[in-house]
Design a protein around this ligand. Structure first.
Ligand SMILES: [Zn+2]
Length: 177
């Protein structure tokens, strides 16, 4: 009987069972754990955790069995150069560049700490400034607001591509010299 429960593809819908031992129940509960081979994030019951250790802490379990290894959404987006949020920062005065990049990096890290799938995918220098891509459009929105707090003398223009793309593009132009 236990073999059936351990076989990965044997159960699509969980049938009613009455004679399970505690151990079998444990295996079943952990069938849904998917681990990303790239970043180590693990997915369990519709939520992402930063690592197996984080999930262990959350479940208060000593052992987690990984049912599946698969690229997570964030790593898949990075690999395929996809993004949901895009910040285009133009005419950034040289003297503000360092502070600006630090602010973006710090805010990105804090967001990732709260939700491991909330990430800055890339920050690149362009001819006129910087281009920052994020996994979530809300993250791009929040970064734009942070930049406005730190540098009030900027102009922000939002645009959103129609669904299914659902990409938010935010143009930020610095007017300070
Ligand atoms: Zn990943």
């Amino acid at each position: 009987m236990a073999r059936i429960f351990q076989s990965r593809n044997s159960i699509k819908k969980v049938p009613q069972r009455h004679r399970e031992t505690k151990h079998e129940q444990y295996l079943l509960e952990h069938k849904g754990v998917t681990k990303c081979p790239e970043c180590g994030n693990v997915h369990f019951k519709k939520r992402w955790y930063a690592s197996v250790n984080d999930l262990k802490k959350h479940l208060k379990e000593g052992e987690i069995s990984i049912a599946e290894t698969k690229l997570c959404r964030a790593c898949d987006m990075a690999k395929n150069h996809l993004f949901e949020g895009e910040l285009l920062l133009d005419e950034v005065p040289t003297r503000h560049r360092r502070e600006l990049l630090q602010l973006i990096e710090r805010f990105g890290k804090a967001a990732t700490k709260t939700d491991p799938q909330d990430r800055i995918i890339s920050t690149k220098e362009t001819d006129t400034g910087y281009r920052v891509c994020t996994t979530e459009n809300q993250l791009a929105d929040k970064i734009a607001k942070k930049i406005k707090d730190a540098f009030p003398d900027i102009e922000i223009a939002f645009s959103r591509s129609p669904k299914p793309d659902d990409v938010t593009r935010i143009h930020i132009t610095f007017h300070t010299t």
